[in-house]
Write a protein that binds this ligand. Sequence first.
Ligand SMILES: [Zn+2]
Length: 41
Amino acid sequence: MAECVNCRQQVDDDAENCPHCGQDLSEPVVQQKPHCGTPHA
Ligand SMILES: [Zn+2]
């Protein structure tokens, strides 16, 4: 089981949307795409 990032309710790992609040779960928030064209300071 996974946890909804919005309402913190238990949701199915395969669920694309939270059945409790409707949060879109198709894109895991843990993945951060690198910013292109942004040089490191
Ligand atoms: Zn939710």
